[in-house]
Write a protein that binds this ligand. Structure first.
Ligand code: TYD
Ligand code: MG
Length: 473
């Protein structure tokens, strides 16, 4: 019997090392190396053929010279995509799933991945039934929940998914029979971290198990033109737990984001071989599962009241979708010692930068005062376009002067205090006009660039002008 082979894989970046080390050479993380034992015999038993897929069929063999094709002579193939039945998801995918594609759906625990996966299963099943293709077109493999638990969730969601085939199993080899019998259109695996294959001997959830299992499933999906959705948990630092290696194996990587204490959820594609990564899907987690949000701005501004000092509206851009969010700030006298700077929903570094610029370039006094910044509604702001609004919110609270009603701001602020241009101002201005905003503070030169804005554009050169404008307003 051949000797089992031992390797050490980094749970952060997936790099394999021949011996154990305290620190991964590749990504520099400490204490992430895990032992993986590969059993050569198990590999032979478990995988039916050299094709390395679950169904035991091998891809047709051909000579390399026959494989060569001329780009201009290749037919693009038909683009019959499989609609997910969820409009926001279709939008992110670029119009539905491409049959045979592998999609990784990542997100932090509790964000709603299983809910989205089950709603997807139910909608595709309902559409198949309606199209007269019968039931069992969707195979939902649950490694985390029992079929009873899945049923309970389905009842809560009130979706029509009675024909979904559920398999509670974690051994990849055991999926083969169900896959072969049902020939499903869509296979959903919740989650990849529970998968195991007898090819590797390490515990479920380890890098080697996840990688081997996922590549086996992906090869099967490709060969059978089945759409495969893999659900994966993501760790706090934003990487998929362990299998960053999965990202190159799949066609589409979707990230489901949101703050668990808020209902708002964003679905983003960080990789998409069949569409743009500029589209985002917007949902709220409601009593009966995820609901699409057509007008995110209206959702975020529902509680906004004009006339409160320390609040400013900014037009953000998520992909190609504008949405208006409210930045709130509170400047208070620090009791003693170093003043506190607390931020929620926005980068600390960005806030520190704006505070420093405000302090040096304007008469607003922020020394020995606590500053709190919050983005309402659980949104995360990453765009520099929010700088101007952030500065206005802080100045407005420090000076105790509210912004005029129906006013918003958009622009990046440089270290010299200058207001800089941002991308796609036309889209942002259109959204403000649509929601009845009357004034917008903008970088210089915007008026000449934007034709027919729906609101008054006030050009501001630098941060000192902004504070002066606020004092006069
Ligand atoms: P879940 O899909 O289990 O998250 P994940 O698979 O990403 O870990 O959903 C988790 C949360 O969603 C849970 O705390 C309850 C909430 N939820 C609702 O608010 N409404 C619903 O209809 C459902 C099914 C869940
Ligand atoms: Mg789950």
């Amino acid at each position: 019997m051949a000797k089992p082979k031992t390797l050490y894989s980094c749970s952060h970046c997936g790099t394999q090392h021949p011996q154990w080390l305290g620190r991964c050479h590749d990504c520099g993380k400490w204490g992430t190396l895990e032992e993986e034992v590969f059993s050569p015999n198990a590999a032979k038993d478990a995988i039916p053929s050299a094709a390395r897929n679950l169904l035991g069929v091998s891809a047709p063999a051909s000579h390399a010279s026959e494989k060569i094709r001329i780009l201009g002579e290749i037919e693009p193939g038909d683009h019959t995509r499989l609609s997910s039945g969820i409009g926001e998801l279709d939008r992110v995918l670029g119009g539905g799933f491409v049959p045979g594609s592998v999609v990784l759906l990542g997100g932090e625990p509790g964000v709603g991945k299983s809910t989205l996966a089950l709603q997807l299963a139910a909608r595709v099943d309902a559409a198949s039934v309606q199209a007269g293709e019968g039931t069992r077109n969707v195979l939902y493999i649950s490694g985390e929940e029992s079929p009873e638990q899945v049923r309970l969730r389905a009842e809560r969601l009130e979706e029509q998914g009675d024909g979904v085939a559920i398999l509670a199993e974690t051994r990849v080899e055991a999926f083969a029979e169900a896959w072969r019998d049902l020939q499903p259109k869509l296979v959903i695996v919740d989650s990849v971290q529970t998968l195991q294959t007898s090819r590797v001997e390490s515990s479920p959830g380890s890098v080697a198990q996840v990688r081997e299992s996922a590549s086996l499933l992906a090869a099967t999906a490709k060969l059978n033109t089945t759409t495969l959705v893999l659900v994966g948990h993501v760790t706090k630092d934003g990487s998929l737990a362990g299998p960053r290696v999965l990202e190159h194996l799949v066609d589409v990587v979707l990230n489901f984001e949101g703050d668990r204490n808020h209902a708002f959820r964003l679905l983003r594609a960080s990789k998409n071989r069949f569409g743009s990564t500029q589209e985002v899907g917007v949902f709220t987690m409601a009593e009966k599962g995820l609901e699409a949000v057509d007008n995110p701005s209206e959702l975020f501004l529902a509680e906004h009241r004009d006339g409160a000092p320390g609040s400013c509206i900014i037009p953000l851009l998520e992909g190609s979708r504008p949405m208006l969010v409210e930045i709130q700030s509170l400047v208070a006298a620090a009791t003693y010692g170093t003043p506190r700077r607390t931020t929620i929903g926005i980068d600390d570094g960005r806030v520190a930068l704006i505070l420093a610029v405000l302090d040096r370039r304007t008469p607003v006094d922020l020394v020995s005062r606590d500053v709190y910044v919050n983005v309402a509604g659980g949104v995360r702001v990453n765009e520099p376009a929010a700088d101007l609004g952030l500065a206005l919110a802080i100045a407005s609270s420090a000076l105790d002067i509210p912004l005029p009603p129906r006013t918003a701001a958009c622009g990046e602020i440089g270290l010299g205090g200058e207001v800089r241009r941002v991308s796609r101002l036309d889209l942002r201005i259109k959204e403000l006009g649509r929601l009845g905003y009357e004034q917008l503070l903008v970088p210089p030169g915007t008026r000449a660039a934007v034709k027919k804005p729906g609101c008054t554009l006030i050009e501001v050169e630098n941060i000192a002008n902004v504070v002066a404008w606020l004092r006069d307003a």
